[in-house]
Design a binder for this molecule. Structure first.
Ligand code: F0G
Length: 462
């Protein structure tokens, strides 16, 4: 019998000290940051769960690769190593390196979209949607019917609604859809996975209408591991073989190497389409760089190439899922409402349900984010009305977001079990006194992406 304790399948070779702060210090830091933790200094944060993007710890092998990086402008050895690592897993003909995921999105959509184009997705990530809308096109979310029941367990809540995809194609016409996209795992939908069955079904619909199919591959390894654990017929396949099968159904992908590339920077765009690749490389040269480095240094390409191999290690994935699940289960068993089941890279607390006495107009998610920092020096991110609230241009009244969530994203290979235990303890302490939490008001904001810079003030009364 294997032991029930799943250990971190690595030991620590180099450490980065965490500065321990007192609650009194954190109170001052909160005031100075106007209660917006994007405005706080990272060194004032004890456990940083703001994002899993670019925050991974690299392995000794990756650091060795960094020293080996070839910094030649054209034809760098590191590029060829990177191209080979990408093709081995993703299998596409053209591999275009970029500095991060959104650069791949910008290049892809500027080529295929025109005003009025429609891009369906299970759920667009913010940068994907923004790049589409910037071109006058529309990004349409088609999450499966199970996605809206946050508390219900379902193995593949990231699936796309295939009937809705068919109706959309009928409604707007295939000519207006340059490509269909699916995001694995579905980050904006709670980090939930997409099944192989669903990927295959999207491929079939695309074939019926002659549409290209792209995957937003940011968390592909986590998605493939979910398939291994949950989809019948895949339990004996390697995660790598599952990933290869996922991409075999697609015509290309966009990727942020900052997630499942286990790198601190980097990304790529892949396609099997020669003219698209040609046009992509032309745009790449304009703003990113020559096609064998694409805005990265040779050492970044090495780190990503090695990271892509390491991320498919099943001992690593088992540990990663165990630590995310551990956090989710321990807080939800005590009563904290979270999006169920736990996703691969993050736990999403339903702050609207946790703090029913704070209306969306007083930002319950922000209140929880501030309190987690005050209590434990933990940084999380609000994904609710601060981020997505929209002011009605006529009435000037702010429309709340669909949900008031707080995301606790887990950086890869960075925190240990005791860090997670500490986070659980802090969340439960805040949960105990949830009735004392108060709402916030925004005192200063910008018209776009206000959550990054806006200032808050605590409300004294309900
Ligand atoms: N697609 C998905 C699904 C993402 O989660 C992200 C980034 C991107 C694309 C863009 O990639 O940051 O390399 O340009 N998500 C980060 C997050 C920022 O915190 O969830 P990028």
């Amino acid at each position: 019998m294997p032991f029930k304790t799943i250990i971190e399948p690595f030991r620590i070779k180099m450490i980065e000290p965490i500065r321990l702060t007192t609650q009194a210090e954190r109170e001052t830091i909160l005031q100075q940051a106007h209660y917006n933790l994007f405005l706080a200094r990272a060194e004032d944060v004890m456990i940083d769960l703001l994002t899993d993007s670019g925050t991974s710890a690299m392995s000794a092998e990756q650091w060795a690769g960094i020293v080996r990086g070839d910094e030649s402008y054209a034809g760098s050895r590191s590029y060829y190593r990177f191209e080979q690592a990408v093709q081995e897993i993703f299998g596409f003909k053209h591999v275009i390196p970029v500095h991060q995921g959104r650069a791949a999105e910008r290049i892809l959509f500027s080529i295929v979209c025109k005003p009025g184009s429609v891009i369906p997705n299970n759920t667009h990530f913010d940068t994907t949607r923004a790049n589409i809308e910037y071109l006058g096109a529309r990004g349409i979310d088609l999450p499966g019917p199970k996605a809206k029941y946050t508390q219900e367990h379902h193995p593949f809540k990231g699936d796309m609604d295939i009937d809705a995809l068919k109706s959309l194609i009928e409604e707007v016409g295939a000519d207006n859809i340059p490509l269909v996209m699916i995001t694995c795992t579905n980050n904006s939908g709670g980090g939930q996975p997409v099944s192989m069955r669903n990927i295959r079904a999207v491929r079939e619909v695309c074939d019926q209408h002659g549409l290209p199919f792209f995957i937003d591959a940011c968390r592909f390894a986590e998605n493939a591991y979910f398939i291994k654990l949950r989809e019948p017929g895949y339990e004996h396949k390697s995660v790598k073989a599952i990933a290869q099968e996922m991409f075999s159904y697609a015509d290309g992908c966009t990727m942020s190497g900052k997630k499942d590339g286990l790198a601190n920077i980097g990304g790529f765009l892949c396609t099997n389409d020669d003219p698209l690749a040609q046009a992509g490389k032309e745009l790449l040269i304009l703003t990113e760089g020559f096609p064998t480095y694409g805005g990265l240094s040779g050492r970044d390409l090495e780190a990503m190439a090695i990271g892509l191999e390491e991320v498919l290690d099943e001992a690593y994935l088992q540990y990663r899922f165990a630590s995310t699940r551990y956090l989710g289960e321990h807080i939800s068993e005590a009563g904290v409402p979270i999006v169920q089941p736990p996703g691969g890279h993050a736990i999403y607390i339903d702050a609207g349900a946790l703090l029913p006495h704070i209306p969306p107009s007083q930002y319950p998610g922000q209140s929880l984010v501030v309190e987690l920092y005050r209590a434990g020096g933990i940084r999380a991110v609000e994904i609710g009305s601060v981020m997505f609230g929209k002011v009605d241009p006529e009435t000037r009244v702010e429309q709340p977001a669909r949900q008031e969530l707080v995301r606790l994203a887990i950086p890869r290979r960075v925190y240990t079990q005791s860090h997670v235990d500490y986070v659980v303890e802090a969340i439960l302490q805040v949960y105990e006194r949830r009735n004392t939490l108060r709402g916030y008001k925004i005192t200063q904001q910008t018209p776009f992406l206000r959550h990054f810079t806006c200032w808050f003030e605590p409300l004294q009364e309900r």
